[in-house]
Every structure is written in C-alpha cells, then in structure tokens.
Design a protein around this ligand. Structure first.
Ligand code: ANZ
Ligand code: ZN
Length: 846
C-alpha cells in the first residue's frame, strides 16, 4: 500500500506554507483567461462534513486545477455560511454562545476540508457571522432600504410555532416549516419586507441568458409565476338590483368566459368585506372569517378539500349581460393573489364548479364542451357558445375581443400578476445580522449612519425566542435604547434580525476583496472576476438562495455597484450521494446495524425476515451515514476524491459503496508501483517498436480524452480512460519518462497529493499546479494498422494486419500469402477477387 498518509500531510503542508493557490488580480491575464469557480459554501453544522460536500468541492477543484494548468487565472475560494438556527437552538439548550459553537464547528469543518487537498485561496476565507463581514450585509440592506425596497408592514405572515419566528414563503414546504417540519400558521406581526416583486419581471426574463439546469430555471419560473390576464370591474348592487356605487375588481386569465360568470367570490380577508356584507349575513360572514384565519394557504387551496363559503348578502352586475350575480365569501380565493376577488365560471373551472355544486349556483356553458357541464366541468379549450359577440371564436380571439369590449366600456384592462410574493426578511431570533435601523418617535425609521456599521450583535444571557413576535434582542434595554442619529433624542433599535439567507446573498462578492474596509468590494476587482463562471452546489437551493442572491445582485447592479446583471453564469447541481439500506416486505426500512448477511442474502437481526437491499438517503436513523474522516484515514484523500468522481456523472444521484473506494485506492497503488519502474529517455514522437507504439496510441488517446472530459466535467469518463492507460502501461518493465510525466500531470487535478509526490520523484521542484497541461500530437491517436479479413466464397478463412492506406494490389498480394488462402484456394480456379480497402479481400473460387 502506498504511503498516502505521509504524502498527503506533506503536500498539504507544502501548499499551505508556500501559498501555492494564492490568487492575485494579475492584469497579465486578459479577461478571457480568468475564471471564477465557486462552491456553495457550507453551513458549519455540528455533524461535520458529509460525503456530499466533497462531491461538488472535488469537481470544482479538479476543474480549477485544470484551468490553471491551461493558463487561466482562477479564483477559487471557500468560506462559511455561519448564521442560522442550529447554533442558536444549541445555545438555547446548553447556554453556550452561538458564536462559540459556530467557531468550533468552523474549525472542525476547515480541518476536514483541508484534509481533502482542495486548491482554495485560503487567504480569502470568509465567515458570514463576523462583524467585518456582516458590516457589509447591513450596508447592502441599507442600500435596499434607501431605494425603497425594504418596507415595514403589519401583515399576516407564515409563522413557525416551534421555531417561534416568521418565515418567508420560500421557507414553507407544503405547509410545513422547511427547517423543523412543524405546521406553519399565520400570525400578524410587524415585519421588514423586501420588495423582491419589483424585480419579478427581470428575475424571470434574465433566466434566459443563464447556462443553468433547465429544471432549476423551470422552478424559478414557476415560483415567479407570471400570469397574463385582465382586471375587470363589476358594479356592486343590492338584492333589488340597485347599484351601490361601489365596484368590485377581479383578476381573471379568462375574461373570454365572462358570459359564464354566475357568481363572484371574495377572499375572507378582502378589504371591502364589511361593505359587501349585508346586515342579515353579518354574523355568518364573521364566523366564517374566523374559521378561515386558522387555515394555511395550502389547506385553503387544496383541490381535494371540500369547498366552504358563505353568501355575503350582496350582488354584482355582470357587465356583459347585466345579470345580477351573488357575491360569496370563500377561502379558496386568496387575498395575496390578483385582487383577492374572482368572477366564478363554474362550467369551466374545477374549483368554481365544485363550489357551485355544493351551494347550488347556476352553471352556464360558454365553451363548447364534450361533457355535460352540469355533471362535470369542462376545462379544456373550446369554441365559444352562449356568449353573444364571442360565439364561434377560439380562446385567443375571444380574449382579445373581450378585452377590446372592456376597455371601450372602461371597465377592464390587461393585467399581469406574479405568484412571487415580497420577501419577509425579519426574524424574531438572535443569531443573525441585526437590522441596522432605529425607531424614533420624532423621525420615524432612521437608518444607522453607514460609518457606524457594523451594528454588532450584543451578548445576551438567554437566547430563548420570546414567542411574542419580538426577538430576544428586545430584552436587552441597554442595547435597544439609543439616540436617534437625526434628532439626537432617545430612540429604540430595531430588534429583528436578518434571515439565514442574507449573508449568502452576496458572499461571492466578498471573496473578491475579503479585507476591503472602504466598501464591500473594490469595483476594479469586482469587474476583474465577475460574473461567477461556474457555480456548483446542491439542487435544494433552486429557489431560495439562488433567487434571493439574483435579486440582491440586480439591486447592486442598479446601484452601479456591480458590473454584471446576473451573478452566476453557469450552474451545476451535483447529484445526491445516497447509501444502502434494507427493506422489509412491508416496505419499512431497517437500519444497517440490525441486519445480518448470509450467503449474499440479508436478514433482519430481530425476526430473521429476509430483506431487500435498497438505495436510501443517508440518515442517522438508518445508520448508513458515511463519515468522510474515516474514509480519508483508511484510504487517503486522493482515493476519496477520485472515488466520488468515479461513482458516476457529477449531476446524477448515486449510492456510496466503500468497495468502489477500495478499488480506486488499488488503482492509485498500482500507479505508485508503476512509478518505481525504470524510466527511459526514449523520444515518444519518434519511431517506436510495435508494443510501445501501441502504448503511445493509448497515451495519445488518454491525453485527448482526459483533456476533453475534464473540460466538460465528465470526470468519471476521464478516470476510466486513465485506468485503461495504467492497465496497458503495467505490462511494461520500463516506461518512457516523457509519457509518464505527461500522465502524472493529467492525473494531478484528480489525485493532487500523489501526483506532487510523483512529480518530485521525477526530479521536478515546483508544484504540478504550476506546470503546463500536457499535450500530445493527435496524429498518434490515429490507428496506423488495420486488420483485413480474408474470405473465400464469403466465408472468413484468415486475417492479417497491414498499414493504413495499403493499395488494393498490395492487399491482394498479402491475402494470397495467408495460410487460409493456401488451404482453401490451392488447386482451385480463381473466378474473381473483390478487395474492399481497409476491410476485406474476398476470393471467389470454383
Ligand atoms: C375566471 C376563470 C375562468 C378563471 C376559467 C380560470 C378559468 P393563474 O393562471 O394562476 O394566474 N384567481 C384569480 N385570483 C385568485 C385568487 N386570489 N385566489 C384564487 N384564485 C384566483 O390563475 C388565474 C385564475 O385563477 C383567474 O382566472 C381566476 O379564475 C383565479 F375558466 O377567472 B379565472
Ligand atoms: Zn429622531
């Protein structure tokens, strides 16, 4: 076994001491020779590094090393996303300051990451929880505030009763807290909100120019949810048809179905609800509103749920036929979308249809339907019927004609809506960036002067969230009480903190100039590196981090503070590394340590049931979590790096199998053994004997493939090719030094420690990363001999080898010299000889 432990610590020390990967904004590199290769930085959890982390980190590391050797200046930094709930929850449990826990975890992460030999410029390391970093997070927040993009509001927001904090919409997954899984409720509290909706159109449109996975773009598109339709005004009337003078505006994507609108619905939170409720219905409406307030949006809009609602007691006039239609209150209409009111077309909308059936409201077909709309809704397209001036028209034409009609009557206009909601940005928690604002009785909200930033988090004694909608900071009088920067009178600080996502909204900019004290980043350096050329990370950030960061970046762009519209030009999602688990017939999973293996079969320890081995997510409960430290200790960092790349294509999910790691370790061991063989000075571009010429062909192909595959991030394919080369090379007692050197350089981004050692052994005294990427003339890849088949009367009788390009005459002559020819043609009459160059000679005999 090669001494990987010594080799790896030796070279890690060398890189650190020599600052081998320190990066400068060297003007000698033209713009097209600069690359910014970024990893999604980790949250330093107490659990330490997961084997999923090194997957993406190794990929970007190989790519960065490859680019450097190809003459690029590469920015490749690493840091820690260090604010967040787990450290705070731990503090609540133990009383340890979250900073203490966080820094301890960072130390551990850093040790683990460094043990993998990544070529980061560690002088650029950042931690989002240090005041010199969050000073600028606060500063950027103030720029948003000054642009009117941060506002205070008292609105119902998602509230996690267990984390006791407000959440952004993006943090709610199917009605549950993304972090702890508790059911999310609504709570009305004072919030700071960022106007991300002001950027909805640009966030949508600019996706087009990004080289991102289609799936991530699609998720962002859906999340932004652009909808084009119309706003239509309905006159409100009493039972008697007398207009009250009020109007109710709805949002509809189908104004063409107006003739089928048989009732209206307003959301229980609609601002006009009191005006629209009749005296007789008041009690019922109020009771209904109370019930609705308890439900989540998910519960309210779930298609499967039976519809509930209550009649308001008033009516509206359908403007196309002057019919009186009732206005209902129902919770399937959300206040947060469109106008919070709809015209219901039960014949052609499923939710409206169910509601109409339940409350016995009329259903009028206005699109020619293939079903009876009294029995089921028809939601497909159709030609318009029962619609007077729209009859006979298709959807598109009918919408246009109706829009003309509405515009002419001044009761409707085209409108666009987005599903995207503004970003609830304040958290009632401790371990986050304090929001740098002051509340003054005279002056209102006043930003802290920029030169007084950072506004540091004060030390507290108890981290417990208050649950009242106030952050624990609110309990520290000495911190809360301050003087107003404007009028100098006593004032109070904002006590909410920023959400987990704030620090990661701009960290890629701080890496560019991590120690800058005058600004968040020197503009010259910013334009030297930006945008990020390649960003690699997990798919779970598709809408959260990646949408928020794009938003902040666009704001900075509008402030003239960054040079690009988008931060991340190319994005790659690494696949998940899964593990094995064992499954019973009942489909329940059994933890790995509760299984016995016998003759290749698996049985449950407790009751002996035979189990099936299945692929599962790594989890503590299944005891199938792989610990990278242990793997590095047993097989070395180079093996772990290469194994993770060899498991399969970077972007697919794949199960961990330590046997595969063992195989890679053997492969590296074989290389070590090979390196002990004598190296010859043979000129590998000259004439070689047959065997070496064959090896040269493989070598040439290896150079070509590893170059292309590494550039395309097809690392598993590149590794396979290197294995082919090593297999062939192992058959030789000595190797041409030039070839071996080339191979070592090809392998160096993948197994950097081993290759540094081999490179030194070859007599070199600088790091492989400073060497030029090997090239080899592609003419050596070309096959120089061909195998020709000799057939007699169509039956294969022999084969021979000949140089590529041999003439027909020569092929015929050589065919006649084969044993097969002699055996089957001697003594017979040759009728015809057919020669297919490079392939075959067929002899027809009688
Ligand atoms: C009449 C109609 C007829 C509708 C029809 C649909 C089909 P998207 O495409 O998602 O934008 N809607 C409008 N505001 C709503 C709210 N606050 N809560 C619940 N539903 C609301 O959906 C737009 C459609 O959703 C609108 O078009 C409206 O119903 C409903 F055959 O109006 B439609
Ligand atoms: Zn003041």
């Amino acid at each position: 076994m090669y001494p990987f432990e010594n080799i790896e610590t030796k070279w890690q020390k060398y890189w650190e001491e020599n600052k081998t990967f320190k990066t400068f904004e060297d003007p000698a590199f033209p713009k097209e020779k600069r690359r910014y290769v970024l990893d999604m930085f980790p949250y330093p959890s107490g659990a330490g590094l997961h084997v999923g982390h090194p997957e993406g980190y190794t990929a970007t590391d190989i790519y960065s090393r490859f680019l450097r050797m190809n003459g690029y200046n590469v920015l490749h930094p690493m840091g820690y996303d260090a604010f967040g709930l787990p450290a705070e929850n731990y503090a609540i449990k133990t009383g340890t300051h979250p900073a203490e826990t966080t820094f301890k975890n960072i130390e551990n992460f850093s040790k683990q990451i460094k043990a993998l030999g990544f070529s980061y410029d560690w002088d650029r390391e950042i931690k989002t929880c240090t005041p010199d970093y969050y000073r600028w997070t606060q500063w950027i927040f103030l720029q948003l505030y000054k642009k009117g993009l941060a506002y205070e509001a008292q609105t119902p927001i998602n509230w996690c009763p267990s984390c006791m904090t407000g959440l952004a919409n993006e943090e709610v997954k199917e009605g549950h807290c993304d972090r702890c899984g508790s059911q999310v409720t609504h709570k009305v509290i004072r919030q700071w909100i960022l106007k991300i909706t002001a950027y909805a159109e640009r966030l949508l449109a600019d996706l087009e120019e990004l080289d991102w996975p289609e799936s991530v773009k699609a998720m962002q598109r859906n999340w932004i949810g652009k909808s084009t339709g119309a706003e239509v005004d309905f006159a409100v009337a009493g039972k008697d048809g007398k207009q009250t003078g009020d109007k109710l505006t709805v949002y509809t994507t189908r104004c063409d179905t107006l003739f089928g609108a048989t009732y209206m619905v307003i959301s229980p939170e609609h601002p006009m609800i009191e005006k629209l409720t009749s005296v007789e219905q008041k009690e019922k409406v109020e009771a209904y509103r109370e019930e609705a307030a308890k439900k989540s949006d998910l519960e309210r809009t779930d298609l499967a749920k039976t519809k509930t609602g209550v009649f308001s007691g008033t009516y509206a006039i359908n403007p196309v036929n002057n019919k009186l239609i009732p206005i209902w209150v129902a919770d399937y209409v959300l206040i947060s979308y469109g106008t919070g009111a709809i015209m219901a077309v039960p014949a052609h909308d499923s939710r409206d249809w169910e509601f109409a059936k339940k409350f016995d409201l009329p259903i009028i077909e206005v699109l020619k339907s293939e079903v009876d709309v009294q029995e089921q809704p028809w939601t497909e397209d159709g030609i318009h019927v029962n619609s007077e001036f729209l009859d006979g028209l298709n959807k598109k034409d009918a919408i246009e004609k109706m829009l003309d009609f509405l515009e002419e009557k001044k009761i409707g206009k085209k409108a666009v809506n987005y599903k995207l909601r503004d970003w609830v940005f304040s958290r009632q928690r401790y371990w986050g960036e304090p929001i740098p604002l002051i509340h003054c009785e005279n002056c209102g909200t006043v930003p802290i002067p920029e030169d007084e930033l950072p506004l540091e988090l004060p030390a507290v004694k108890t981290y417990q969230p208050t649950g009242t909608g106030e952050s624990p900071l609110a309990g520290i009088d000495s911190w809360v009480n301050c003087t107003c920067p404007k009028c100098k009178k006593p004032a109070k600080r904002e006590t909410n903190t920023m959400p987990q996502w704030a620090g990661s909204c701009w960290y890629y900019l701080r890496y560019i100039d991590p120690n800058q004290e005058k600004s968040f980043c020197d503009p010259k350096k910013e334009s030297y590196w930006m945008p990020v050329d390649l960003y690699v990370g997990g798919a779970e950030h598709a809408v959260l981090h990646l949408l928020y960061a794009r938003f902040w970046h666009k704001v900075l762009y509008d402030c003239g503070l960054v040079s690009t519209k988008e931060p991340f030009k190319r994005l790659i999602n690494q696949g998940m590394i899964t593990s094995f688990a064992f499954q019973r017939k009942s489909k329940s999973l059994v933890a790995v340590d509760a299984v016995i293996e016998k003759d290749g079969k698996y049985y449950a320890k407790d009751d002996g049931e035979e189990l099936e081995r299945v692929i599962a997510k790594m989890s503590k409960s299944l005891k199938n979590v792989v610990n990278p430290d242990e793997m590095i200790k047993n097989y070395g960092a180079d093996s772990v790096r290469m194994y993770e790349m060899f498991m399969g294509p970077l972007t697919v999910s794949k199960p961990w199998n330590t046997q595969g790691l063992v195989g890679i370790n053997r492969f590296l061991d074989k290389i070590w053994t090979l390196s002990e063989k004598p190296m010859t000075q043979i000129d590998i571009t000259g004439k070689l004997d047959d065997n070496l010429a064959d090896l040269r062909k493989t070598y040439a192909k290896t150079v070509q493939k590893v170059t292309d595959d590494t550039a395309n991030l097809d690392f598993n394919v590149a590794i396979s090719q290197m294995m082919i080369f090593i297999n062939e090379a192992s058959k030789f007692d000595s190797l041409p030094k030039a070839m071996w050197e080339g191979f070592v350089l090809l392998l160096s981004p993948y197994a950097p420690h081993l290759c540094e050692e081999l490179w030194q052994k070859l007599g070199h005294n600088q790091s492989t990363s400073k060497e030029k990427w090997p090239e080899f003339d592609s003419k050596f890849c070309v096959e120089d001999t061909k195998e020709i088949v000799v057939s007699v009367n169509g039956k294969v009788r022999d084969k021979f080898k000949v140089a590529v390009g041999a003439s027909k005459d020569e092929l015929e002559k050589l065919a006649k010299q084969t044993e097969g020819f002699k055996k089957f043609c001697d003594g017979k009459t040759i009728v015809k000889i057919i020669v297919v160059p490079e392939k075959l000679v067929n002899i027809v005999v009688k």
